[in-house]
Ligand binder design. Structure first.
Ligand SMILES: Cc1ncc(COP(=O)(O)O)c(C=O)c1O
Length: 415
């Protein structure tokens, strides 16, 4: 007798679309999950895989959310977001020299959803999206969901992990539709300066490409680095750029899920229409929280946090400089990651396992030294691992000692 109950067999008879079947789970999330599973078993793992600063949500955001609940601000909002938040976001973005107005801003459920809308709005099946490598793991899948293909442009040896305008230009085909930039860059922490960025943007202008500029880490620049917003590079740049950002990283609000797209008005209108049918709008409570963050005087607190992360960054760079075989790539002066080339450890054996890839290195480091880092294959950099230095200083110091001991155990010859 058949029942209406869903069984594993019934579920397995559902045929997924090619689109859905070809999207693997995020590699960063997978390693994070592996590390968390070990922690749950009582293993003292230090997790350097995280994509978020380990600070609490800024207080005015939390208070604004509580107020929103207390006043029953719990209904659908306008599809593009509440007007006050769109205005506050435009003002916040314009600190980098752009000239956005509220009507050009759409509030989304995180920068990730903003990116999904951006691809949906710009990319036709078969279109190519140019991107400097290494790049963030979600981009190829977001492009593929829209029917597009990501075309990575690899930096030359000795370039400090930066691609040039000439390299980009050489990769343009008649299918190229979008230039995707992520500055400061995840996973490398590299920051393109104004001149370098302007040269890349000029390629987009010359070939009439749209630009998706993911600036989610705009607050996190260190040393001499300055954040340059692509849409501030002149009217030609602004006219073809979708600026992506959000409160996740700057205000330590990753779980609140508030991001944005700022773009020329027709794009903002198209995105709003899509959002009206897919999400209605982001959470009303989270929008109020984001408004609380954007309108409070948080300058000193954010600067304190930035300097704290800078300390951790410098500690990590210094410690890695003393570890043979783990070589920091490029100049990590942004975001909260650095990328290390571990190819010099290949051929070395520990616990019966020989390292032949950065994935082997990361797995052995986790199982033998209880430190989690992310191998670079999914960032289009298979000889590297990404190290997130956001953990508290004592844990970071302990993790770096463990990495040094681990490499020492690999034996002589790691140079
Ligand atoms: C480069 C980059 N873009 C976008 C996002 C997504 O951010 P959000 O939490 O706002 O969705 C992340 C998060 O890890 C990121 O690293």
């Amino acid at each position: 007798m058949s029942t209406a109950q869903s069984t594993p067999e019934a579920i397995s008879r559902i045929r997924l679309t090619r689109r859905a079947a070809h999207v693997p789970p995020s590699a960063t999330a997978a390693l994070d999950a592996q590390a968390k599973a070990l922690i749950a078993q009582g293993v003292d793992v230090i997790n350097l895989t995280s994509g978020e600063p380990a600070f609490p949500t800024v207080e005015p955001a939390a208070q604004a959310a509580l107020d929103a609940i207390a006043t029953d601000f719990t209904r659908y909002t306008p599809a593009a977001g509440i007007p006050e938040l769109r205005t506050a976001t435009a003002k916040f973005l314009n600190r980098h020299g752009t000239a956005y107005e509220a009507g050009q801003v759409v509030i989304t459920a995180g920068a990730k959803q903003a990116l999904h809308y951006a691809f949906t709005t710009l990319v036709e099946p078969g279109d190519e999206i140019l991107i400097p490598a290494p790049y963030w793991v979600s981009y190829p899948h977001l492009a593929a969901l829209a029917g597009g293909t990501l075309v990575p442009v690899q930096p030359a040896q000795g370039s400090g992990l930066k691609v040039t305008a000439d390299q980009l230009r050489a990769a343009v085909t008649d299918r190229t539709r979008v230039l995707l930039l992520n500055n400061p860059a995840n996973p490398s922490g590299v920051v393109y300066d104004r001149t370098e960025l302007a040269a890349l943007v000029q390629v987009a202008i010359d070939h009439d490409l749209a630009i998706i500029s993911d600036e989610i880490c705009d607050h996190w620049t260190f040393g001499d680095a300055e954040h340059v917003s692509v849409a501030a590079l002149g009217p030609e740049a602004a006219a073809r750029t979708l600026t992506i950002g959000g409160v996740s990283k700057t205000f330590a609000m990753t779980g609140w899920r508030i991001g944005w797209i700022a773009a020329p008005t027709p794009v903002a209108q198209a995105v709003t229409a899509i959002q009206s049918h897919t999400a209605s709008a982001p959470s009303s409570i989270s929008q109020k929280a984001a408004l609380g963050a954007l309108t409070a005087d948080l300058g000193p607190e954010l600067e304190r946090r930035r300097l704290e992360l800078d300390d951790r960054r410098l500690t990590t760079i210094k410690a890695l400089a003393g570890i043979p075989g783990v070589e920091v790539a490029g100049n990590p002066i942004g975001a909260f990651f650095l990328f290390a080339d571990v190819s010099a450890t290949y051929g070395h054996t520990l616990a019966g396992r020989t390292i032949t890839s950065a994935a082997d290195f990361a797995e052995l480091l986790l199982t033998e030294a209880n430190v989690a880092v992310i191998p670079g294959a999914d960032f289009a950099a298979p000889d590297h691992v990404r190290i997130s230095y956001t953990v508290p200083p004592d844990r970071l110091a302990e993790a770096l000692t463990r990495v040094a001991d681990f490499v020492a155990r690999l034996g002589s010859g790691v140079a």
